[in-house]
Design a protein around this ligand. Structure first.
Ligand code: SF4
Length: 289
């Protein structure tokens, strides 16, 4: 992040009582992450997604381990999708050497433990994916979709990024499974990821199950740190209930002009805008783009 101050952009990032702020760009899709940011702290959402104030994240061990697992799983799924020979454990280990670089670790034992953990999780993930010989439909793709309805919500784009979309078969018949990988220990789930995924992926799901007038869909969180799976059947009732909760939040988000701060010690300590665009303590740290 550059450190030179820009007075105009600092002013733009400060809420002014008599001057409403900008609204959400309706051409920009609302994804589970941006919605989550909004629900946690509207101010942060404005800085990150509306003002697009750039920031540099410090290296974070849990985050990088999670990113490494996602990258390895993406490669495994793409290999299966392309009917290519499996990636060897040696090749994955060599790749993890670059994804989790030695210079970022003060204790190299921790790095070895992280690499071993990701390898173990990836093998568990591979076994999960291949169980029952499913058809891999999509790997790590963003799906924005136009959504329009009369009234306060109007036209918006709703989106989701699916780690993996597969078609399986059980004794009840075929169904689509949307898979989301989780590596953290926290049990807090992104509440609206399943419904946003169902909305964003609806055309793809319909194409994958053309014989079903109401396609059967399951959303799975693979929780690697716990060795568990949370399975959510996206029935009509479940989707309707989620949408009834989500809709008023979307209306609030796309019409918000005040973007209030929701400070909390834990939240702010992890926020990249703390002491910069938000609560600036030094003039030259206020903001940078
Ligand atoms: S520092 Fe705290 S109040 Fe400010 S944007 Fe970040 S989370 Fe919100």
């Amino acid at each position: 992040m550059s450190s030179h101050p820009t007075t105009d952009s600092s002013l733009r990032a400060q809420p002014l009582a008599d001057m409403p702020g900008p609204r959400w760009d309706r051409k920009r899709a609302i994804y589970p992450t941006s919605l989550q940011r909004y629900l946690e702290c509207p101010r942060r959402c404005r800085l990150e997604y509306v003002e697009r104030v750039k920031y540099t994240r410090r290296w974070s061990r849990p985050l990088q381990v999670g990113n490494a697992l996602h990258e390895v799983m993406e490669r495994i799924a793409n290999t299966l999708h392309g009917h290519q020979p499996p990636v060897s454990a040696t090749a994955v280990r060599a790749w993890l050497d670059t994804l989790l670089p030695a210079q970022e670790y003060a204790d190299q034992h921790e790095r070895v433990a992280d690499i071993d953990r990701v390898l173990e999780w990836a093998e568990r993930g591979r076994r999960y994916i291949t169980h029952g010989n499913p058809t891999i439909l999509r790997v790590e793709k963003h799906y924005p979709r136009n959504w329009s309805e009369p009234g306060a919500l109007g036209k918006v784009q709703l989106g989701a990024k699916a780690d993996l979309v597969i078609r399986r078969k059980d004794r009840k018949g075929r169904y689509v499974e949307i898979v989301d990988y989780k590596t953290g220990h926290s049990r807090s789930l992104s509440r609206f990821t399943p419904i946003l995924s169902a909305i964003a992926l609806k055309p793809r799901i319909a194409a994958a199950l053309p014989e079903q007038s109401e396609p059967r869909v399951v959303f799975s969180y693979l929780r690697f740190a716990h060795g568990e799976r949370d399975r959510i059947a996206l029935t009509r009732e479940r989707k309707q209930g989620d949408w009834d909760e989500l809709r008023p939040l979307l209306i609030r988000m796309v019409n918000d002009e005040s973007w209030p701060m929701h400070p909390a010690p834990q939240r702010c300590s992890h926020c990249p805008y703390f002491n910069r665009a938000c609560f600036p303590t030094e003039p030259d740290m206020r903001i940078s783009r």
